[in-house]
Design a protein around this ligand. Structure first.
Ligand code: 5GP
Length: 104
């Protein structure tokens, strides 16, 4: 089932996109909890960390390697936080895998 994030990827819903390549999209969280609050999402529709498969390992590594680059590009040279909410008990609201990148 398509989520709001899939609609953002397809440009059916607007978002403040700060980075894009062939595998990922990065945009500002609509309800920021810090001065910088970005969401890093794969273009592939993966519902959560529970659905990540071994064949996704390069994609996941790509997302992880982007984090410090994005942080530096947004003025977070001194450090940043990341969060991946997974499943109902993990507080996940949008069932399209995403990494929160937060920093002040
Ligand atoms: P989760 O709890 O699933 O990890 O977090 C989902 C995040 O997506 C929340 O921080 C929420 O503010 C953000 N979000 C939900 N809908 C939209 C949207 O339409 N646009 C943007 N930019 N962020 C959204």
């Amino acid at each position: 089932m398509s989520t709001i994030f899939a609609k953002i990827i397809r440009r059916e819903v607007p978002a403040d996109i700060v980075y894009e390549d062939d595998r990922v999209l990065v945009f500002k969280d609509i309800n920021p909890r810090a001065r910088v609050h970005l969401l890093i999402i794969p273009k592939k529709e993966i519902a959560s960390m529970f659905e990540v498969k071994p064949e996704d390992k390069d994609l996941i590594a790509h997302m992880m390697l982007l984090l410090p680059q994005l942080a530096k590009a947004h003025g977070l040279e001194k450090g940043f936080k990341t969060q991946i909410n997974t499943g109902e008990a993990g507080g996940q609201e949008v069932y399209h895998l995403h990494i929160h990148l937060l920093g002040n």
